[in-house]
Write a protein that binds this ligand. Structure first.
Ligand code: UT7
Length: 333
């Protein structure tokens, strides 16, 4: 008799949100913008900003700790730690190493994963594959970004969009057949380089007085082009994952989308046939926190609003720098 494939399930969620708020009104004082423009074009009202001197690992560690506490799992039971981020504390060591040390996760290995706003989704699916392999029992998948560390607060095109936060999930083997993380679709296309990148600080253009003078250590985005790719491709993979699992929008309890722009989220939900009452939206409060948006949404649905019950289908989707994008089908266990 053929045995069912081993799957992973999301066993717990944790998050960290910095206290400090940066509102649209605050940004009106910094650049030529208005609350009305930001709200109508993006859906954002305010974002959280981490205090200077605290890196990505500060937030990732706190999200991971809450996640383990909620699960009643101790740090020495964690087998692997994957951190999706584009704003690590340092190029090396990895943020995963810093989280491992902070947790005291003595048995764990792990690594950082760079996939822009898809960082958490790719960490989630990679973590699920580790569990599916049968070699690992407990994997922490984390999305954490200190976007304020790479944002030019003189550039109104980008500074209104981003915030800081971290979220974590614990993945464990799913003992019930037909439940857990059922399927994933994920893609990359390097065509995105031209439209969303950080010009300097890497090996092609290492930091120099000139790169600093030219403000090349900040996130650069051609918003309109990225918007067009995001609005199409995030919807395409979200529809594809439904189709290939013989599901329709009406079967889905919640869409858990990356929070880059409310208009992108609405378009994705519409193409999937999902009403906005079944979509998690918190971009108004936290803006685009890059790799942290999806776990923040999961936290809101699972912990704060308790909207998710056993057997519910969730679709998790993201699109980001690279380009990178993907969609994950979860049946809550
Ligand atoms: O998460 C990673 C992936 N990223 C995304 O998915 C982001 C995708 N892009 C977007 O969400 C949108 O393109 C933005 C929100 C970034 C921009 O919205 P848009 O509707 O595409 O505006 P736009 O860039 O076409 O700019 C329209 C106008 C321009 O003025 P002109 O050229 O029409 O005179 C901009 O200069 O709005 C101007 N503008 C602003 N005005 C007030 C740009 N930024 C601002 C601002 N305040 N902050």
């Amino acid at each position: 008799m053929a045995t069912a494939p081993r799957r992973a399930r999301i066993a717990s969620v944790g998050r960290f949100l910095p206290e400090r708020r940066l509102t649209n009104q605050d940004l009106e004082q910094l650049v030529d913008t208005t609350d009305e423009w930001i709200l109508s074009r993006t859906g954002i009202r305010e974002r959280r900003i981490l205090d200077p001197g605290l890196g990505c690992s500060f937030m990732a560690l706190r999200a991971a700790r809450e996640c383990l506490e909620r699960a009643g799992v101790s740090a020495d039971q964690v087998d692997a730690i994957i951190v999706g981020t584009v704003t690590p504390d340092m190029f090396f060591p990895s943020t995963a190493c810093l989280v491992q040390k902070g947790l005291g996760a003595e048995r764990a290995w792990g690594f950082d994963l760079s996939a822009g706003c898809s960082g958490f989704v790719f960490a989630l699916t990679t973590g699920a594959m580790l569990v599916e392999s049968g070699r690992y029992e407990r994997v922490l998948a984390i999305g954490a970004d200190v976007m304020s560390s790479i944002i030019d607060y003189q550039d109104r095109n980008t500074c209104i969009l981003f915030g800081d936060a971290a979220g974590a999930v614990l993945l464990e083997p799913c003992t019930e057949p037909g439940f857990g993380i059922l399927d994933y679709v994920q893609r990359i296309d390097g065509i995105g380089e031209d439209y969303l990148h950080m010009k300097a600080g890497g090996s092609r253009h290492p930091a120099s007085e000139e790169t600093v003078r030219n403000r090349e250590h900040y996130a650069y985005q051609e918003g309109r082009t990225v918007f067009k790719y995001a609005v199409n491709e995030m919807a395409n993979v979200s529809v594809e994952i439904l189709r290939r699992n013989n599901l329709v929008g009406a079967d889905v309890k919640l869409l858990v989308p990356h929070q880059a722009n409310l208009r992108i989220i609405e378009a994705c939900a519409k193409k999937m046939g999902i009403g906005m009452d079944r979509v998690i939206v918190n971009i108004d409060r936290y803006a685009n926190t890059t790799a942290a948006t999806v776990p923040l949404c999961l936290y809101e649905a699972v912990v704060e609003k308790q909207q998710v019950s056993r057997g519910d289908y969730l679709v998790v989707s993201a699109f980001g720098a690279g380009f990178t994008w993907g969609s994950v089908l979860v049946r809550w266990a």
